[in-house]
Design a protein around this ligand. Structure first.
Ligand code: AMP
Length: 190
């Protein structure tokens, strides 16, 4: 089983790259942002709880997010491996993921970060907001809040995974195909 955490700031291109990598490596793609949006669209209790938090650009509490992620993993008992996109985003989530995978006699194979400069990403998200319909992409203040959440709560994961010898980074600026190739080079050499 290979399990990959695709890591990076909002707008770094995790979702775009996940679409290619999941096909290439036959992985189940789990995006916590997509699962939250699916719940919001369907008006579930989880969606109702999460909507205001997500619209502000804050992180949803760990317990809610981890329970949701664990359910999604459990729904795919025969997966060849998972591609985690947007999870974990806190140290508590990273510890929970290690446990979830250990319970399946598996582990996180590698965490791969897509790196890009904040200012480029803010402009990218504002551009995406014109068509994505996402409230959290449309307002610069909310976008800046998402970066603040990233810097405070998510950036410490770089040290967490580096200490495990699992952290890899690739340049996230370039064509979609170029970046897929950079990511593939890392995965093929794991
Ligand atoms: P994304 O589509 O990955 O940018 O996620 C959109 C929003 O969903 C984030 O800004 C958070 O509010 C929420 N979210 C997604 N994944 C997580 C997570 N792992 N932990 C907490 N909140 C999350």
């Amino acid at each position: 089983m290979i399990n990959i955490v695709l890591f990076g700031k909002p707008g770094a291109g995790k979702g775009t790259q996940a679409e290619f990598l999941k096909e290439k490596y036959n992985l189940v793609h789990l995006s916590t942002g997509d699962i939250f949006r699916h719940n919001i669209k369907n008006g579930t209790e989880l969606g109702k709880t999460a909507k205001a938090i997500i619209d502000r650009g804050d992180l949803v509490p760990d317990e809610i997010t981890t329970n949701m992620l664990k359910d999604a993993v459990d729904q795919n008992p025969n997966a060849n491996g998972f591609l985690f996109d947007g999870y974990p985003r806190t140290i508590a989530q990273a510890e929970a993921l290690d446990q979830i995978l250990a319970d399946k006699n598996s582990s996180n194979t590698a965490t791969i970060a897509l790196e890009a400069d904040d200012e480029i990403l803010v402009q990218r998200l504002l551009e995406r907001g014109k068509t994505s319909g996402r409230a959290d992409d449309q307002d610069e203040e909310k976008i800046r809040n998402r970066y603040q959440e990233y810097n405070e709560k998510t950036a410490p994961l770089i040290d967490y995974y580096t200490a495990q010898g699992k952290f890899h980074a690739v340049n996230g600026i370039g064509s979609i195909a170029e970046i897929t190739e950079r990511l593939s080079n890392v995965i093929d050499n794991l």
